[in-house]
Design a binder for this molecule. Structure first.
Ligand code: NAD
Length: 264
């Protein structure tokens, strides 16, 4: 990844930071992004620099605001082109359809789906002009199957998979085998241990009288046959494998990393 510049949304923590760390280890220049105070940003930068990034930049910007995203992308492009875009930022709120607050629907659709459209519409054309580009959309198993109490999340993630396929088709013939081409793919993780799932983990831990391991085992036993969570670095390794020139013909795919969840 020497000479490549990768932009990862929502990368000050969790899966985004794991992906940033893997690309840093391979010598990429990393553009971090998300919401957070100075300490959050500084901690993420330290981790990515010490992993070996050629350069680390950070931008704090709210993806719910499309105009702010246009400014963000313009600012990032002032520093040079982006070779790899990882759309990763996401939020969750669990409640049944009848109990889901209307504003939560709007927020989740804005962050988990519309922001992916914004970054792609702004960054795919310059990628096509250069003959190489990778878009990796972090969807979810919930882009492929549903669970109760996650209506906006499941709707957004199914939307990300549709958006991924359309963009993959529109850019399929750009570039060449030698230049690497433009590919657009979705990664569909099952359970990954991050802050996003903590409320769901905590509910299970309480069910088992405070036993953390028993709570996690109960959560996994419902849907993830491996019985193991993925780590953010596992997701980073899968993203990296899509970025070599030899992956020029992997496009429009939705790749599960879910311990067998969607094989059932
Ligand atoms: P996380 O809560 O640890 O991190 C989310 C990141 O998104 C943070 O950096 C946060 O600052 C950023 N973000 C949230 N709202 C934002 C906004 N309005 N503007 C800008 N940035 C914003 O979550 P995570 O578990 O690392 O999730 C990352 C992605 O992986 C999400 O798209 C999530 O849906 C997906 N995912 C997670 C799991 C899991 O089990 N953790 C499973 C499948 C898919």
């Amino acid at each position: 990844m020497n000479g490549k510049r990768v932009f990862i949304t929502g990368s000050f923590q969790g899966i985004g930071l794991g992906i940033a760390t893997v690309f840093a280890r391979e010598g990429a220049s990393v553009v971090l992004h998300g919401l957070g105070d100075e300490t959050v940003v500084a901690n993420a930068e330290t981790q990515v620099k010490s992993a070996g990034a050629a350069k680390v930049e950070s931008f704090v910007s709210d993806l719910k605001d499309s105009l702010a995203t246009e400014k963000l992308i313009a600012q990032i492009l002032e520093g040079g082109p982006i070779d790899i875009l990882v759309n990763n930022a996401g939020i969750q709120h669990t409640a049944t359809v009848d109990q889901m607050p209307r504003e939560k629907w709007n927020e989740i659709i804005a962050v988990n789906l519309s922001s992916y459209f914004d970054t792609m519409r702004l960054l795919l054309p310059p990628m096509a002009a250069r003959g190489y580009g990778r878009v990796i959309n972090i969807a979810s198993v919930h882009g492929l199957v549903a669970s109760v109490a996650k209506s906006p999340y499941v709707a957004a993630k199914h939307g990300v998979i549709g958006l991924t396929k359309v963009a993959a088709l529109e850019y399929a013939s750009s570039g060449s085998r030698e230049s690497g081409g433009i590919t657009v793919n979705a990664i569909c993780p099952g359970w990954v241990e991050t802050a996003l799932i903590q409320p769901q983990v905590q509910a299970r831990v309480e069910k088992f009288g405070g036993d953390h391991l028993a709570g996690i085992a109960d959560l996994l036993s419902e849907k993830q046959p491996s019985g193991r969570m993925s780590s953010p670095l596992d997701i980073g390794e899968l993203a990296l494998s899509l970025c070599g020139n030899s992956a020029h013909n992997i496009t429009g795919a939705s790749i599960p990393i879910d311990g067998g969840w969607t094989a059932q």
